[in-house]
Design a protein around this ligand. Structure first.
Ligand code: NAD
Length: 330
């Protein structure tokens, strides 16, 4: 198959190399079509996307993306927002797993956050009433809420997970979050074998810190989903191992959650794990569960051994050496 690879800015090209190396080492039937996008490309050419990128995603449907920076104060749009809107990726899926060898407060965490990606306060409907007053619109629709809740329950069913927890604040926002919760309850009825739980977002944050192991799949409107996913990344040691998938009806764009790390770009010391885990997520969705597991296991072994790891997780290895160690474990 053909899929699109967007290396992106900063450390992006260095970590994207690891994807090509692993694809080759694992003999995977994926031909990567590489396209540039982001701030560096915009600086050189005046455009944020290389010509042909959008058409390639339209044609091949699957893409893996490195981090991209948004040129500040130039009127350029964020690559992420543009792609999300163009390809209607309504669900943001973020698995959170503990890795032995990565310093963190908890062990054995394995949960998945499914965040609605198109509406809520992130719709961007806000305006200034006067110098001292501004208003933002929290837009929630039944259609988008049902769609994301259905995705969460289907995800749970396919991945043999047992519980879906809705994150909300419907006690205060009775109409907006109330509608989201109503949609959640309606959808839950069709999945009697999966436990449906409802937790208010503030309590959710406390419960996640106190008892993260009691959660399985979380589904949330855009804003709570954004905040809770970073909280969860913190539970397992930060963004270094956090992948995500942006899922639409037709298109899927996978990426690392971290940014372009300009402070370490070009030094061959970036940790490629999050992008590799995003690739594993993509393989899983492609139905190649075995390859996804092989890649994850090899990565986990190298990290656990702590012999050849990058500086951000306490080692002295380069990106290239780290990737080679993973290849040796495959
Ligand atoms: P960042 O994630 O790039 O960096 C935060 C810190 O984490 C830095 O010290 C960096 O060196 C470190 N870090 C991040 N990824 C790492 C990796 N793989 N290996 C080792 N260390 C790593 O966050 P930031 O500095 O706030 O953002 C930098 C740029 O990235 C900004 O332009 C921002 O807009 C962009 N960004 C893009 C995305 C995306 O494309 N998905 C996400 C977040 C930020």
């Amino acid at each position: 198959m053909k899929a699109v690879l967007i290396p992106g800015d900063g450390i992006g090209p260095e970590i994207a190399e690891s994807i090509k190396d692993i694809t080759k080492a694992m003999n995977l039937d994926i031909e990567w079509l590489e396209y540039r996008a982001g701030a560096e490309y915009a600086k050189e050419t005046g455009e944020v996307f290389e010509p042909g990128l959008v058409e390639a995603i339209e044609q091949y449907k699957w893409a893996l993306k490195g981090p991209t920076a948004t040129p500040i104060g130039t009127g350029f749009r964020s690559v992420n927002v543009a792609l999300r809107q163009k390809f209607a990726t309504y669900a943001n899926v973020r698995p959170i797993r503990s890795f032995k060898g990565v310093e963190s407060r908890y062990e054995n965490i394995d949960l998945v956050i499914i965040r609605e990606n198109t509406e809520d306060l992130y719709k961007g409907i806000e305006y200034k009433l006067n110098e001292n007053m501004a208003n933002g619109v929290k837009l929630i629709t039944r259609e988008a809420s049902e769609k994301i809740c259905r995705y969460a329950f289907e995800y749970a069913k396919i991945n043999q997970r047992h519980k879906v927890t809705a994150v909300h604040k419907a006690n205060i926002m009775k109409y907006t979050d109330g509608l989201f919760l109503e949609a959640f309850r309606d959808v839950a009825k069709y999945y009697p074998d999966i436990e449906a739980q409802e937790v208010i977002v503030d309590n959710m944050c406390m419960q996640l810190v106190l008892r993260p192991e009691t959660f399985d799949v979380l589904v949330a409107p855009n804003l709570y989903g954004d905040i809770v996913s970073d909280l969860c990344a913190g539970l397992v040691g930060g963004l270094g191992f956090a992948p995500s998938g942006n899922i639409g009806d037709e298109y899927r764009i996978y990426e690392a959650v971290h940014g372009s790390a300009p402070d370490i770009a070009g030094q061959n010391i970036a940790n490629p794990s999050a992008l590799l885990l995003a690739f594993a997520l993509m393989l899983e969705d492609l139905g190649n569960i075995e390859a996804a597991k092989t890649l994850r296991d090899a990565l986990a072994k190298v990290v656990e051994k702590q012999e050849v790891v990058t500086p951000d997780i306490g080692g002295h290895a380069s990106t290239t050496e780290f990737v080679q160690a993973i290849i040796n474990e495959l």
